[in-house]
Design a protein around this ligand. Structure first.
Ligand code: ZN
Ligand code: ZN
Length: 110
């Protein structure tokens, strides 16, 4: 699938409806946050208060990438509701701005 086709897909009525279906299925809870918290409990890892809560799922991620697997574009099992932060992690696109800001806060405190 090309960028253009992907863009077209994300604008389609089918996707918009499916996206809402998935967010409802996942009860608007980020599925990666749930896993992170469950793991931490099992392994006895102490989480920061920020990481201890399940964030709201606002985005729907394609587990098998859309461009690689257009045939799975609307398959429920290939879709997962995630919060913005966990979605970025899945795509390895850490928001630099957010990181920088955190760093600066620490620096100022010292
Ligand atoms: Zn999350
Ligand atoms: Zn994604």
């Amino acid at each position: 699938m090309t960028d253009k086709e992907a863009k077209h897909f994300y604008n389609s009525k089918e996707w918009k409806e499916k996206r809402i279906d998935i967010l409802i299925r996942d009860r608007n809870e980020c599925q990666d946050c749930i896993v992170r918290i469950r793991k931490a409990i099992e392994e006895g890892i102490r989480l920061t208060p920020e990481d201890r809560k399940v964030r709201r799922a606002t985005e729907v991620h394609h587990i098998q990438e859309l461009k690689e697997h257009p045939e799975l574009a609307l398959v429920d099992d290939n879709l997962i509701g995630l919060c913005h932060t966990c979605h970025d992690i899945r795509h390895n696109r850490h928001t630099l701005v957010r990181r920088k800001r955190k760093k600066r806060l620490t620096e100022e405190r010292w």
